[in-house]
Design a protein around this ligand. Structure first.
Ligand code: NAD
Ligand code: ZN
Length: 359
């Protein structure tokens, strides 16, 4: 079966395009109980952007501290209950922030129309009713959450997305100016998520002309941003990074991620390490699997003076390493793509434990 994905309905791109949000939301405001819910990264509280959010007196704004934890099912249920009990069904949800905030906005847009806890819907196509209009504004680029059909949530039992066509944003505003305040280390780790998406998408069974076209262009942009003559956090590079993130997301959607992401899920699941950072910690040990990408990644690290931690595993117990290896091993679709359907001949729990011990 060929993959058949829903895309974002509308995308606006360009520096300063954030100011178009008021116009974009205007026709939506007559829907349902006629108010908008804004989910905003708490970083922007008290910053100039806060005053540019086109909120009206009837709207609700939630500032979310994404550094406390990644989005959880409890958090979504609570936001949903607060919203519905105070004002009813919103006209739309707007998420302004990184992958965490965008995932919250996506999940909330689904959970205001679907009864019960969001834990009931973690998985593929479990959502029963369409959600409401939702708009995403990335303020840090790399995860591809702006384009993906999943809203990743950590629940009591699993970290798994609400994944269906209705999860995809109705509108995305790509304003590269919003990236200007991202700290250099996060700019690096999050951008490397895009780079790794492309390397993994390209190097595997499911790569095809469609996914390749996106990955090829996104990789070119990443190289300009992180290795080119004018590399660094410039306005021009922020434009490129924003486009690369979206294209990298599309590439992996039509292909698959691989070894790094499989291991990264193990690390995040057992130790709570954040996605993009976990990828960087792991990718520096994947020379055997992605030699070319590894070489470039190493150059990019050196070029930007990024210090990645070494010897982390000395503090991990054998049980933790074994648990990480099992999480990674069970991501069958990634191994099928990265290694081939006979992957079990080479990838074993022992080999994965050994990889984790190198970290
Ligand atoms: P994030 O949203 O977790 O934010 C990272 C940090 O950057 C935070 O401290 C945040 O406050 C800060 N920040 C964001 N924008 C800023 C700005 N403009 N200036 C200064 N600081 C800013 O970052 P992320 O890496 O984009 O997202 C990670 C999350 O995305 C995880 O929860 C992960 O599960 C999820 N994710 C989702 C998908 C998907 O397809 N839905 C894919 C990968 C990861
Ligand atoms: Zn990723």
């Amino acid at each position: 079966m060929h993959k058949n994905f829903k895309n974002i309905d509308k995308v606006v791109f360009g520096r300063g395009s954030f100011s178009q949000m008021d116009d974009i939301l205007s026709p939506i405001r007559s829907e349902n109980q006629q108010f908008i819910v804004f989910i905003v990264d708490h970083y922007f509280k008290g910053k100039p952007l806060e005053n540019q959010i086109p909120a009206k007196k009837e709207d609700m704004i939630f500032f979310i501290d994404v550094d406390i934890h990644e989005p959880t099912t409890d958090q979504i249920d609570e936001l949903r209950d607060k919203t519905i009990s105070s004002k009813g069904l919103p006209s739309g949800i707007v998420g302004i922030g990184g992958g965490s905030v965008m995932d919250i906005a996506k999940a909330l847009s689904l959970m205001v129309t679907n009864e019960g806890s969001s834990t009931l819907y973690q998985g593929l196509n479990l959502i029963k009713k369409p959600g409401i209009y939702h708009l995403g504004v990335p303020t840090i680029s790399g995860t591809g959450a702006e384009v993906s059909m999943t809203a990743v949530l950590t629940g009591p039992e699993k970290k798994l997305g609400l994944k269906c066509d209705w999860t995809v944003f109705n509108q995305v505003i790509l304003d590269p100016d919003l990236l200007s305040t991202v700290p250099i280390d996060w700019w690096f780790y999050t951008g490397m998520d895009t780079y790794i998406h492309c390397i993994e998408s390209e190097n595997g069974q499911l790569n095809n002309a469609f996914s390749h076209a996106y990955a090829e262009q996104a990789l070119k942009l990443c190289k300009e941003v992180y290795l080119g003559e004018n590399s660094g956090q410039t306005p021009e590079n922020n434009e490129k990074l924003m486009v690369a993130s979206l294209m990298g997301g599309l590439s992996l959607t039509y292909s698959e991620v691989g070894v790094c992401h499989a291991l990264s899920y193990g690390l995040s699941k057992i130790l709570g390490t954040r996605h993009c950072y976990a990828n960087c910690i792991i990718f520096q040990h994947l020379e055997d699997y992605y030699p070319e990408g590894y070489g470039e990644f190493t150059q990019m690290i050196q070029h930007h003076g990024i210090q990645l931690p070494q010897n982390l595993s000395k503090d991990w117990s054998p049980e933790q390493i074994n648990a990480m290896a099992h999480v990674a091993y069970n991501l069958t679709h990634m191994w099928n793509h990265a290694i081939g359907t006979n992957w079990k001949e080479t990838i074993t729990i022992e080999l994965l434990e050994d990889l984790y011990r190198r970290m």
